[in-house]
Design a protein around this ligand. Structure first.
Ligand SMILES: Nc1nc2c(c(=O)[nH]1)N[C@H]1C(S)=C(S)[C@@H](COP(=O)(O)O)O[C@H]1N2
Ligand SMILES: [Mo]
Length: 353
């Protein structure tokens, strides 16, 4: 099922819609094509009654209106947002959660006020170390263990990240944030999986210890290890990944012709310097060409002119990104992440005929 704008419906309510990744053809994802991932019914906030409070471990708690926020010096950044559950459908055996294919990812230009500016005005205490971002939406989470009463959607970012580049955004690709993307105000945490970019943001709460909320520990967390002892950690940075947009899975491709393979690569903490493509299931890899420049926290599209085989049959394509730190996309899923962070080389099977 798809919407009029072509988004694929994974869940009707709360609204969870995916961009059909085979339609990728622009650097910035149009707002109407941008994936929507909401855990609860979207709250109906109005800009004229909107208030953002900044409190907790600060010397001067603040309350700002929408107009006050908009009157502060604005900053615009391009950032790719990827849901941590993107590409879950590739996991075998299947894992619980929305069966996202390739399109729970998009890139937009976000406009707003640096969170650092608000925290500076509020004046941090000496022991401040974590910043909770709380949304106005509430409900009961879908995944157990479920808290007994409805909870809000809230997530924290470490203070150094909050001061570095988190944006309190009200604009997306030059227009007001659409309702489903967090109108009137959301956070954008560049380089972190989408769960960090809290929509319908109404409260910023500074803490002097690590936040232990549901979306930090139960959901959107994974098992790490310290000296052999398992510890639960929140997901954070988007991992290095590339995806093939075209051809799509089981697309019929004409034999013995040139076909333009097309995709995008993002994530990781260093510049993406190459994307390679295999059209023979991983025996040989060829370099692809980038269509976009290097820009921190934003994807780079790439393409490759494939001379398709003369021999009809099924062929498996995979792309593999590498970055300036020498990291390469892995070839297997890391089970520590259970159902998240699916960033290994994803096989796309096509039919040559
Ligand atoms: N308040 C609130 N913020 C939220 C969510 C939510 O359910 N409620 N979902 C998060 C998740 S999991 C993702 S991937 C992104 C998706 O942002 P988008 O819907 O604008 O694409 O929003 C994040 N912010
Ligand atoms: Mo997400």
């Amino acid at each position: 099922m798809t919407t009029l704008s072509g988004l694929v419906i994974r869940q009707q309510e709360p609204r969870n819609l995916e961009f059909p990744f085979e339609r990728l053809d622009s650097y910035l994802t149009p707002v109407e094509s941008f994936y929507i991932r909401s855990h609860f019914h979207a709250p109906g906030l109005q800009s004229d009654s909107y208030r953002l409070s900044v409190g907790g471990a600060v010397k001067n708690p603040l309350v700002l209106t929408y107009d006050e926020l908009k009157s502060l010096p604005a900053k615009t950044v391009v950032a790719t947002l990827e849901c941590a559950g993107n590409s879950r459908v590739f996991l075998v055996p299947q894992k619980p959660g929305a069966q996202w294919e390739l399109g729970a990812v998009g890139t937009a230009e976000w406009t707003g006020v640096p969170l650092a500016m608000l925290l500076d005005r509020a004046g941090l205490t000496d022991k401040a170390c974590d910043v909770v971002l709380e949304g106005a939406d509430r409900g009961q989470p879908a995944e157990p263990p479920k808290p007994p009463d409805p909870i809000s959607y809230s997530r924290s970012v470490p203070l150094d990240k909050a001061l570095e580049d988190v944006l309190i955004a009200y604009g997306m690709n030059g227009v007001d944030l659409p309702h489903d993307h967090g109108f009137p105000v959301r956070a954008i945490v560049p380089g972190h999986y989408g769960m960090a970019s809290v929509k319908w943001l109404t409260q910023v709460l500074v803490l002097e210890e690590q936040f232990q909320g549901y979306w930090q520990t139960s959901d959107y967390a994974y098992w790490d290890e310290v000296d052999g002892i398992p510890v639960r950690r929140p997901l954070s940075e988007i991992k290095l990944k590339s995806e093939i947009a075209r051809p799509a899975t089981l697309e019929v491709v004409p034999k013995g012709q040139l076909y333009r393979v097309y995709g995008a690569a993002w994530g990781g903490t260093a510049d993406i310097v190459s994307v390679e493509l295999t059209t023979d299931g991983g025996l040989t890899w060829a370099a692809t060409d980038f269509l976009d420049p290097i820009r921190p926290h934003a994807w780079r599209r790439w393409s490759y002119d494939w001379k398709t085989p003369d021999q009809p049959g099924r062929y498996t394509l995979m792309s593999r990104a590498k970055n300036a730190a020498g990291a390469s996309q892995p070839d297997k899923f890391d089970e520590r992440y259970f159902s998240y962070v699916v960033h290994h080389t994803l096989p796309i099977e096509v039919i040559v005929q």
